[in-house]
Design a protein around this ligand. Structure first.
Ligand code: ZN
Length: 196
């Protein structure tokens, strides 16, 4: 039989990994009632009396405070779902490509925001800050340089131009729209480094 730590088996979050008395809970795991479970998706590694789960890709992990770029995949009343894009600096890929972040309505901008649907649209590219990692990846766009950095016209799909702090205009068909915009809308230097 092939040793598991050479070709570790893949585990999903919540998957049972064994009794804590057989192998102590290591990185990427948690213990409940003397049983060890995977806390993240990844490869199971058993060594030195410990069982750990290493994330699928050997990349630096997201940290609170980190700035990320993503595509808005869906917008609901209370949140926007964001696909976080990998950023490559030199040879180092420091944001995993497969992660989704959640931008809750209260984290979009200061003040009362009744619905996320007036602030973002599906397909927008946003710049956001990682706020919290305790319940998935929680994002914020409150700061003045965060928010939508590229948006497309809902009518003709043309790239929209900034008209005011929260206002956009389509140069092709003249449609007006609004978003929580980054101050650097359309000019963010990182936009060119990301392969969307
Ligand atoms: Zn248009």
């Amino acid at each position: 039989m092939e040793p598991e730590n050479v070709k570790g088996k893949l585990a999903q979050p919540g998957e049972h990994l064994g009794a804590a008395e057989e192998a102590a809970p290591g990185k990427g795991t948690f213990e409940r009632d003397n049983e060890v479970y995977a806390a993240v998706a990844g490869r199971v590694v058993r060594e030195h009396g410990e069982v750990s789960v290493l994330p699928k890709k050997e990349v630096a992990q997201l940290k609170p405070g980190q700035i990320v770029y993503g595509i808005v995949m869906d917008v609901m009343e209370n949140l926007a779902l964001v696909e976080i894009e990998p950023l490559v600096r030199g040879l180092e890929r420091f944001v995993p490509a497969w992660d989704y972040g959640v931008l809750r309505v209260m984290n979009i901008r200061d003040g009362f925001v009744p619905t996320a649907k007036t602030e973002m649209r599906r397909g927008d590219i946003i710049k956001a800050r990682v706020e919290d990692l305790s319940r998935g990846i929680s994002l914020s766009t409150k700061a003045f340089d965060l928010g939508v950095v590229r948006a497309y016209c809902a009518v003709c799909r043309h790239q929209m131009e900034m008209e005011g702090p929260a206002a956009l205009k389509c140069p092709h068909c003249g449609t007006h729209d609004r978003r929580k915009l980054s101050k650097a809308y359309g000019q963010d230097v990182m936009l060119n480094e990301i392969k969307f």
